[in-house]
Design a binder for this molecule. Structure first.
Ligand code: NAI
Ligand code: MG
Length: 482
């Protein structure tokens, strides 16, 4: 069995405690991984501090940029291996894992470019004052990431932090830590100084909690559940450090009767099937205008029933859920949903005996879901879509905004007024018109409102969040020389 040690100060730290990482397609053990604890977090934070002070914060942006580009090149070099590892570790279809590797490479490339044009301002306050601002790194940044897109989210959070001159401690999720560890090794190979990116795998309650509470970190970036988001924010508040939270959602696709349904339907299906619905921005609610309700639901059922299930590496349409725990969680939401609404298809694990060892669940449609239903309000994080009907624009806005979340929302219409009203009224960090997700582009700022979190990742804004602004005012002595 392959062992995956932590990476601290440029060295592999193996054990002594370990945990087993499962392949969710088979339930079999995939790897044995170092179970980092508080002492490892101490060492990683100290290493990051040293790397930051010794070199990285003083490295020219052009030189940081070069290292980041090299990381991006090495991710591309290792793309197929990384994708296979990601597919085994998370269960996601191979082509999705390849896309994830490509996006991970793009994050490093994008921030390699962005940091070269990251400037401060001058402020013309008075003729005898020279006032300017500096964009400085926070120092040591902590990154706690989930298991759904370890490579992509790892790159999304670490690339801008490193670009801005921070040094990082990355804590991947216990369910899928392997590609994040590989990313740490790749960064070293690319010439990132030892200690600039430390990767400490381990359990949330151990390594994760120790990292969030560590007095040596200057910024915390967290992606995961609302519940743990609250915990880590409280821990960070003890040391009064900034926190970025990305906590998932209950994102709606809103389809008006005038929409191009042929264009909308495949995108709507993919928005909930992708990664078996375990995507923070999954399109888990479908709000449809009354006249097209029957047609949409009928076509949706047809499409859901054609979705192929299988082990990620066999590249089906949909792989398994991440774990037995997640399967249980999704199953219990669906069981509850059966008392709240009508199942049109799915609603259970597949009957196919060949898939019984893995954590599979059938793509599921609930129709006539009342807005008050639990399955209309809570994040299920499985391949389950809740369909509800609306009568007019006002009701569409109310339903779309009717949950505690606000990450992403899409509106499908040919009416420019409807599109603009929805775009302005919707409570979400990202809005889409006649599309969904825009291929996860690193260029687009991303994050939530309400319980979906705060702060923005991706885009130029994602780089700014990893800097702190210093204002310098310098009094000039004009002298008498003129
Ligand atoms: P989680 O929030 O427990 O895990 C996310 C990360 O937080 C992991 O690295 C985990 O080790 C860490 N963590 C857990 N407890 C911690 C603690 N006390 N202190 C510090 N770090 C801690 O999410 P979980 O339990 O794996 O999934 C539960 C639900 O959360 C999902 O069903 C889904 O609804 C939501 N979720 C949302 C994600 C998103 O992309 N926004 C990603 C993962 C989960
Ligand atoms: Mg957990």
């Amino acid at each position: 069995m392959t062992r995956y040690p932590a990476l601290i100060d440029g060295a592999e730290v193996d054990g002594p405690a370990t945990f087993v990482d499962l392949d969710p397609s088979t339930g079999q053990v995939l790897a044995e991984v170092t179970r980092g604890g508080a002492a490892d977090i101490d060492a990683a934070v100290a290493a990051a501090r040293q790397a930051h002070e010794r070199s990285w914060r003083r490295t020219r942006p052009a030189d940081r940029s070069r290292v980041l580009r090299r990381i991006s090149d090495l991710i591309r070099r290792d793309r197929d291996q990384l994708a296979e590892l990601e597919s085994r570790d998370t269960g996601k279809p191979l082509r999705q894992a390849k896309a994830d590797a490509d996006i991970a490479a793009r994050y490093f490339e994008f921030y390699a470019g962005a940091v070269e044009v990251l400037y401060g301002d001058t402020i013309p306050l008075d003729s005898d004052l020279f006032v300017y601002t500096l964009r400085e790194p926070h120092g040591v940044t902590a990154h706690i990431i989930p298991w759904n897109y370890p490579l992509q989210i790892g790159a999304r959070t670490v690339a801008p932090a490193l670009a801005a001159g921070n040094c990082c401690v990355l804590k991947p999720a216990e369910e899928a830590p392997l590609t994040a560890i590989r990313l740490g090794r790749i960064a070293l190979e690319a010439g990132l100084p030892a200690g600039a990116l430390n990767v400490v795998p381990g359990f949330g309650e151990e390594a994760g909690a120790a990292l969030a509470a560590h007095p040596g970190i200057d910024h915390l970036s967290f992606t995961g559940s609302v519940e743990v988001g609250r915990l880590v924010s409280k821990a960070a508040a003890e040391h009064v450090i900034p926190v970025t939270l990305e906590l998932g959602g209950k994102s709606p696709n809103v389809i008006f009767a005038d929409a191009d349904l042929d264009a909308a339907l495949p995108v709507v299906v993919n928005s909930i099937i992708q990664n078996a619905g375990q995507t923070c921005s999954a399109g888990s609610r479908l709000l449809v205008e009354a006249p097209v309700h029957q047609r949409i639901v009928a076509e949706l059922v047809g499409r859901f029933e054609k979705v192929t299930l299988g082990p990620g590496t066999a590249d089906p349409d949909m792989g398994p859920l991440i774990s037995a725990t997640q399967l249980e969680r999704v199953s219990s939401y669906v069981d509850l949903g059966k008392s709240e609404a009508r199942v049109l298809t799915g609603g259970a694990p597949p009957a196919n005996g060949g898939l019984r060892e893995g954590f599979f669940f059938m793509p599921t449609i609930f129709d006539d879901v009342p807005p008050t239903a639990v399955i209309a309000r809570e994040e299920i994080f499985g391949p389950v879509v809740a369909v509800s009907m609306f009568g007019d624009l006002g009701e569409a806005v109310r339903l779309a905004n009717g949950t505690d979340f606000g990450l992403v929302a899409a509106v499908w219409t040919r009416n420019v007024n409807t599109a603009h009203v929805m775009a302005s009224e919707i409570q979400a960090g990202q809005g889409f018109v006649n599309t969904y997700g825009a291929s996860g582009g690193p260029e687009l700022p991303f994050g939530g409102v309400k319980r979906s979190g705060h702060g923005r990742e991706k885009g130029l804004q994602g780089l700014l969040e990893f800097t702190r602004l210093k204002t310098v005012a310098m009094k000039l002595d004009p002298g008498a020389s003129w």
